[in-house]
Design a protein around this ligand. Structure first.
Ligand SMILES: N[C@@H](CCC(=O)N[C@@H](CS)C(=O)NCC(=O)O)C(=O)O
Length: 217
């Protein structure tokens, strides 16, 4: 049985839920409550030395790091391809993923936000301003990339969802959560809307997870 150790609001786990759903792979979920700090429990750190989610148990393997796991899923279950097209197309798709996965998401991770609160005395508004600043910076670049690619859509890279959408949708969710004006990025907003209407993305939505609290917080 495939088991995803995740959390309803984790965007890295959200990426994996989308990919597993797109590939038509069944999985169970074990919730690691990030809000209560269970990612730092010894039992979880035995699965993930960094104390992060997600962890995926699949095919007798224990896998960490969503970029690595997404590649594993694509290599072991090639259809539908998360990285379609030519080598140059795949490089462009990976570039969208890298802007989000390397340059936007890591600096608004929970432990970073907790750190700027505790060590730099920031309140909720200060934390929100930090997130808005860096999400907007990355989204500005992504919007220009999408404009230059000039794909007909509806997804970020054309007619089928790719790795780029798998990274985009969870990051747009975070952006809305932190009050970023996502409508300022028309290409990103249109691709996000199209992807969220896809059943694989819909089933992966944070609100649709078994550990999502009823009050949405
Ligand atoms: N590069 C890692 C990042 C994983 C990550 O940032 N996970 C977050 C949730 S989205 C986490 O577990 N944060 C716990 C914390 O900051 O304490 C991946 O893509 O798997």
């Amino acid at each position: 049985m495939t088991i995803l150790h995740g959390y309803w609001r984790s965007s890295a786990a959200y990426r994996l839920r989308i990919a597993l759903n797109l590939k038509g792979l069944d999985y169970d979920q074990i919730s690691v409550n990030l809000k209560d700090g269970h990612q730092r429990d010894a039992a979880h750190k035995a699965l993930h030395p960094q104390g992060f989610v997600p962890v995926l148990n699949m095919d007798g393997e224990q896998l960490i790091q969503s970029p690595a796991i997404l590649e594993y899923l694509d290599e072991t279950h090639p259809e539908p391809a998360l990285l379609p097209g030519s080598a140059a197309d795949r490089a462009r798709i990976r570039a969208y993923a890298a802007v989000i996965g390397c340059d936007i998401h890591p600096i608004q991770n929970l432990r970073i936000l907790q750190y700027i609160r505790s060590e730099y005395g920031q309140d909720a508004e200060g934390v929100k301003a930090w997130c808005q600043r860096w999400i907007s910076d990355g989204f500005g670049a992504l919007e220009k990339m999408a404009e230059a690619d000039n794909r007909s859509g509806p997804y970020l890279f054309g007619a089928q969802p790719t790795l780029a959408d798998i990274y985009l949708v969870p990051q747009m969710y975070n952006a809305r959560r932190f009050g970023v004006a996502v409508e300022d990025y028309p290409h990103l907003s249109a691709a996000d809307e199209a992807a969220r209407a896809h059943p694989a993305f819909e089933a992966a939505r944070p609100e649709n997870q078994p550990d999502a609290p009823e009050d949405g917080h």
